[in-house]
Write a new protein. Structure first.
Length: 289
């Protein structure tokens, strides 16, 4: 990416702390996160009193690429590594070992930012009150702009959690596990006893909508979920939702969908930034819609 000196993908050494494995395709996600965070902080630094980074699935800050064994910084430490730092960091992670490793890495590598960081151990769906409590209070003399990264490995993020955050001045970059969770588990989700999609969409009647919607006859389960999620976010005030960015990998000479990266901003400038980053890093991609 020639226009940027900053490079989000930074290889690091094994430090003996917990390091989860990810696929090679994770680098695309981390690049988009890093470049957006870099542009966000650089452009908004003088316009807002507080810039806050929120990570709902913060992990440990390092990850290992399965195919190569290389260790790179992951979401939380990428956000901490931008040339212009955020004023506050809120990290939530359910796994005790992961968040303990993240805290140790930040204490070691970012001691100044450690004082501005909050670590919340537990499910973001259950800890949303605590997360919101730690967002600085907005006032005329203390303006606050938030950037939230939502990076689950499944569809376990509840829409009510997202809606609570959506009440704030907040941009979101969200992984929607359409391929690696939705497609693989469609039959499982269709079971009346499974509430995964009901919580994901905040809609217990989604099954009848999916089977009875005439507009869905030629569309897949993945497209149904994406279309419905986009509609839900528009109702929260994110009226200019960008096309979801699809991340794929090669399997048996086919491009297989892994997940979508969905970006949401209530400000046209945020969407402009996202489109700049997506075009410069990935080039033209086939849009979902």
């Amino acid at each position: 990416m020639n226009n940027y000196k900053y490079n989000p993908i930074q290889e690091v050494e094994d430090d003996g702390l917990t390091i989860p494995e990810v696929g090679e395709w994770g680098k695309e996600k981390y690049n988009l996160l890093g470049y957006y965070a870099e542009l966000f902080t650089k452009s908004m630094r003088d316009k807002w009193g507080n810039l806050v980074y929120i990570d709902l699935f913060a992990s440990s800050g390092y990850c290992k690429i399965k195919s190569t064994g290389k260790i790179i910084k992951s979401g939380a430490l990428i956000a901490l590594s931008t040339p212009i730092h955020f004023d506050k960091y809120i990290f939530c992670e359910e796994d005790k070992d992961l968040i303990a490793s993240l805290e140790k890495r930040i204490e070691r590598d970012f001691p100044k930012e450690r004082a501005k960081s909050v670590f919340i151990q537990g499910s973001c769906n259950e800890k949303i009150d605590e997360i919101i409590k730690n967002i600085p209070r907005y006032s005329v003399n203390n303006t606050v702009l938030n950037f939230c990264f939502i990076d689950p490995f499944n569809l376990g993020i509840h829409f009510n959690t997202v809606a609570r955050l959506g009440a704030y001045q907040l941009d979101m970059l969200m992984l929607i596990a359409t391929g690696m969770a939705a497609t693989r588990n469609e039959k499982k989700y269709q079971s009346p006893s499974n509430d995964t999609i009901s919580l994901f969409l905040n809609d217990s009647s989604w099954r009848s909508d999916f089977s009875g919607d005439a507009d869905m006859k030629n569309q897949s389960f993945t497209q149904f979920l994406s279309k419905r999620y986009k509609s839900n976010m528009i109702k929260l005030g994110y009226t200019q939702v960008a096309d979801f960015h699809d991340v794929r990998y090669k399997h048996n000479n086919k491009n297989v969908l892994l997940y979508h990266l969905a970006f949401f901003s209530k400000n046209p400038l945020g969407n402009k930034f996202w489109n700049i980053i997506r075009k410069q890093y990935t080039g033209d991609q086939q849009a979902l819609f």
